[in-house]
Design a protein around this ligand. Structure first.
Ligand SMILES: Nc1ncnc2c1ncn2[C@@H]1O[C@H](COP(=O)(O)OP(=O)(O)O)[C@@H](O)[C@H]1O
Ligand SMILES: [Mg+2]
Length: 268
């Protein structure tokens, strides 16, 4: 099994090795952690150009936990992808974790993601053939950490998300909530500064969603993360320190988080 695990990690690490200090643009001690100015994103589609953002601006300070709400198709996932260097802007500048993410090569982007970004999606995307422990260890192995240390760190992370007794389980042997806990441990195992969560509780029942969100809040505080959480769940959005709505290609602050401010009609 370890051979196979090594092979998978090797595959994942190819893009991240040999970069040395070439991860251009990485500086330190700069705030805000996220600084987006004049963002534009255009997709070329069969029906012509689709312009998603219109001069979108965003600043997020270190330690903030920000909820982003908005209708389906508004561009929430695309915005997170751009912040996490999974997609590139068409216009504007995007600084994330002191890095100009629009200027990264594909290899630099992979390294940036490994070091700075913890990403969680609606679906866990755990590798089904590996155990929970191996899934959590994978990003460490990808960056070149030795197997013993990677598995030990992964074990600590499983404990931190309350799953120390599930390490040998494969994703298919875990509940939806447990799968998301493992996904959170995997997202944070490399010690990123930023947590980007795209509808992390969207596939869970209400009670389980609340518990996974409790965990996100706890990890956010204890690891001094800066977190952006896209959610359709208004009860969860109001628990974030700041709420933004993505609408008409721009972000606006939701200052009144009451029933009107977070009206279901604005969401989907
Ligand atoms: N790679 C792509 N090519 C073309 N259109 C895309 C691509 N990715 C997303 N879109 C379109 O951009 C819009 C915003 O998508 P998305 O960011 O996923 O929205 P949200 O997460 O708010 O539901 C949608 O209309 C979607 O179809
Ligand atoms: Mg989305």
């Amino acid at each position: 099994m370890m051979q196979t695990l090594s092979a998978a990690a090797h595959e994942a690490s190819r893009a991240t090795r040999d970069l040395g200090s070439r991860a251009a643009g990485i500086e330190s001690g700069q705030t805000p952690v996220i600084q987006v100015q004049g963002l534009g994103k255009t997709y070329q589609t069969a029906r012509g150009a689709l312009e998603l953002f219109e001069n979108l601006n965003l600043e997020v300070e270190a330690g903030e936990m920000v909820a982003i709400v908005g209708q389906s198709g508004a561009g929430k996932s695309t915005l997170l992808h751009i912040l996490g260097a999974l997609d590139t802007p068409s216009e504007g500048t995007v600084y994330c974790a002191s890095t100009n993410v629009s200027k990264l090569s594909a290899r630099e982007a992979a390294r940036f993601r490994n070091r700075e970004i913890g990403y969680v999606w609606q679906f866990h995307y755990l590798l089904p053939e590996f155990t929970a422990l191996e899934n959590v260890a994978m990003p460490l192995l990808a960056r070149g950490t030795g197997k013993v240390e990677a598995l030990r760190t992964a074990e600590n992370w499983l404990r931190e998300v309350g799953l120390e007794d599930r390490g040998e389980h494969r994703p298919g042997e875990l509940s939806g909530g447990e799968q998301q806990r493992v996904a959170l441990a995997r997202a944070l195992v490399c010690g990123p500064r930023l947590l980007l969560a795209d509808e992390p509780t969207g596939d869970l029942d209400g009670v389980t969603a609340g518990r996974v969100f409790d965990l996100i809040e706890r990890l956010h505080s204890s690891h001094r993360l800066t977190s952006i959480v896209v959610t359709h769940n208004m009860e969860l959005a109001v628990r974030c320190g700041r709420r933004l709505r993505l609408e008409g290609g721009r972000l606006t602050e939701i200052t009144d988080p009451g029933p009107k401010g977070l009206q279901a009609g604005h969401l989907s």
